[in-house]
Design a protein around this ligand. Structure first.
Ligand code: WT7
Length: 649
């Protein structure tokens, strides 16, 4: 229902049964959190978590910003996601897997339990994996990836999933940073009807590095031919059969690490974001209930890859903690045609659908009227995540996919936040296109200045979370100083450093928060987060490159694309520089780091102190006129030369 100023009211029929049914209900919760923060969280921790032994303190701030939640409580996340559901949900589908080629498998909670227990035994007994050991997963989107995550959680091992699109070099860096003992991978999987391979990337990564790795466990999915290193590689399909069906879970402390997930920052190499047990799993479950309004009979589908935080929290941990049916899809939503996703919604009667703006833009472009061909009446809630969504894509999603009756939850959050932070509640929040709206109950998100002053209405400021929350990042693996510097160095409120997200945002006259995008040197390509420093470091490995600067450029489908300026060393000419640099980026980082534009320029715009003026380079990349003052540059004439080069490109 649309009212003035393009505000869409929640569907009243849906709201009547929703977990949070009105803005009054929202404010009741949020005001409770404001009045008694620890009491608010205690209520949910007591209600949602199956404590094996009770916690002592809700929040320990004594070593801020290294916050501790639910201190000395004991639990096990695989119990939280599996065992405790077996009494009443043993036969319910936990994971509904659909393969690329249309093969479907329903894995019940009982079946999931069996498979996770067997794998947990395999890891513990045959590979000697113990509590605290790191296990790297380099996996396609197959159920075994979920089993591996949960098996690690069961025995207290810390998993670190590396997205299958990352290169051998990137995989090696992550294995080495975490000093992983075991890598779990697959021969490959299927994409667009054809097999693709993964195992060779692991082989390459371990060729001259990753010395901590003692074994590689290989799931056979496509059964294509692969290289095999005797004594290092082990066959999952064979070994799993003989494993015992019961593996007692490890009793974990609330603050034991659960997983690492590497993500890009504005400087340096990717950082291993560490999430711990209790706070993470609590918020994963709560947001499933509040934001997706998950109900007993629902079939929920998140299209992310498990290599990203969205896949962790909203394909595996959140849905399973909530006892839901979660769809896992191996393929791409555009194969065999642009109706694939809608056919899946129809076939499985999907009730919540969660995807990225890039995917919505692609599906819109390829099949504007495709949704009409399918019965999408099962849908109740539509979600988006990962980057700002533009109003045309939002409207198509709302009208064509949701048929004007589904709420769109535009969820803002990050790898570091563990779960949703700012989002409409589907039964309560009047929604505004392309706006993340309000912080969730319990989350103190504010748009402020460096000194904590709130910004005026519609004025851009720093998007900060001014109180610790249960699912927040605990540290950067192996680099606690970097944790403090990266997140608590930019803004202070009431004399205390607060978490700064790296995003800019503004608050409108409704009190709604709109995300304006990163204000640091992080770019977001198709919802994939990349650090310009990381790309620059890779480009500098080319011996002919003297200087490089990387910026983001707005892109119709991808949100942003990568634009690279290169200065070659004296005496070097390289006609094929663009092709060459993209090959280098594919090797060093992965195909996702390939640039759309690579131009060679005679120099970079620098201040007299040698600082590269990225704002000028961003304007030029966009094709905008440079309006910045260039008189203070070391060589103002360079700007025009770069503009000319960019126009030619
Ligand atoms: C960055 C975090 C959160 C899981 C996927 C990405 C951007 C995320 C939104 C949104 C506008 C968004 C931000 C954020 N972002 N959600 N709804 N609207 N921007 O996780 O890789 O850690 O990236 O994604 O810039 O900082 P990530």
């Amino acid at each position: 229902m649309r009212t003035h100023r393009e505000i869409y009211q929640p569907n009243p029929e849906f709201a009547a049964n929703a977990a949070i049914r009105s803005m009054d209900a929202y404010w009741e919760l949020q005001n409770k959190a404001i009045a008694d923060y620890e009491g608010f969280w205690k209520t949910y921790a007591d209600e949602k978590i199956d404590w094996l032994s009770p916690y002592e303190k809700v929040l320990d701030e004594s070593n801020a910003p290294f916050y501790k939640w639910f201190t000395n409580g004991k639990l096990n996340v695989s119990n939280q996601c599996i065992d405790r559901h077996l009494a009443d949900k043993a036969d319910k589908t936990a994971i509904l897997f659909e393969g690329d080629r249309g093969d479907v498998e329903h894995i019940s909670y009982a079946e999931l339990s069996l498979r996770v227990n067997r794998l947990a035994n395999l890891l513990r007994e045959e590979f000697g994996i113990q509590k605290g050991d790191r296990v790297v997963l380099y996996m396609p989107m197959i159920p075994e990836a979920a089993y591996a995550m949960l098996a690690c959680a069961r025995i207290g091992a810390i998993h670190s999933i590396v997205f299958g699109g990352f290169s051998a070099e990137a995989l090696k860096d992550r294995i080495e940073d975490a000093e992983a003992k075991l890598v779990i991978t697959a021969d490959g999987a299927y994409r667009k009807g054809k097999p693709y391979m993964l195992k060779h990337v692991v082989d390459e990564a371990l060729e001259d590095g990753g010395k901590s790795v003692e074994a590689v466990l290989v799931v056979k999915r496509n059964h294509e031919e692969i290289e095999w290193v005797e004594g290092r590689d082990y066959d999952y399909n064979f070994l799993i059969k003989s494993q015992h069906a019961e593996c007692p879970y490890e009793v974990m402390d609330s603050e034991d690490p659960l997983f690492l997930l590497y993500t890009s920052g504005s400087t340096g190499k990717p950082k291993g974001v560490q999430h711990n047990q209790a706070g993470y799993i609590l918020w994963a479950q709560m947001t499933m209930e509040w934001v997706f309004d998950i109900k007993e009979k629902d079939v929920y589908w998140c299209t992310a890859d498990i290599g990203w935080i969205t896949g962790h929290t909203y394909i595996i941990y959140g849905p399973l903690a909530a006892g839901a049916t979660t769809v896992m899809f191996e393929g791409v939503p555009t194969y065999p045609d642009a109706g694939r996703a809608w056919k899946m919604v129809q076939d499985h009667k999907i009730t919540q659908f969660y995807t990225a703006p890039t995917a919505i833009r692609v599906l819109h472009k390829m099949g504007e009227h495709e949704p009409e061909k399918y019965d999408l009446s099962s849908l109740k809630v539509l979600g988006t995540v990962g980057e700002p969504i533009d109003p045309p894509a939002w409207k198509w999603y709302y009208e064509e996919v949701g048929q004007g009756k589904c709420a769109i939850v535009d969820t803002w959050w990050q790898t570091e936040t563990g779960g949703h932070m700012i989002s409409p509640l589907p039964g309560a929040t009047p929604i505004k296109p392309a706006c993340a709206t309000m912080p969730l109950p319990g989350i103190m998100a504010e748009v402020i200045d460096h000194d904590g002053t709130p910004k005026e209405v519609n004025e851009t400021g720093l998007l900060c979370i001014t109180k610790p929350w249960p699912s927040m990042i605990r540290t950067i693996w192996g680099d606690p100083d970097r944790y403090v510097k990266s997140y608590f160095g930019d803004a202070v409120k009431d004399g205390k450093p607060v978490y700064f997200s790296g995003d800019g945002a503004l608050v409108d006259d409704l009190g709604y928060i709109t995300i304006t995008g990163r204000v640091d040197d992080v770019i977001n390509v198709s919802g994939h987060r990349m650090g310009t420093a990381e790309i620059e470091a890779a480009v500098k490995k080319d011996p002919t490159v003297a200087e490089v600067a990387v910026v983001g450029r707005p892109h119709e489908i991808k949100g942003e694309s990568i634009f690279i300026y290169i200065v070659l060393k004296e005496g070097h000419v390289n006609a094929d520089i663009a092709k060459h640099i993209n090959e280098l980026l594919a090797n060093e980082i992965g195909n996702i780091a390939k640039a759309d534009h690579i131009i060679e320029v005679p120099g970079l715009p620098k201040t007299r102190s040698g600082k590269i003026m990225r704002r000028i380079l961003r304007s030029i990349a966009k094709g905008e006129a440079v309006t910045q003052d260039i008189s203070t540059l070391e060589d103002p004439a360079i700007v025009e030369q770069i503009e000319t080069k960019a126009r030619e490109a």
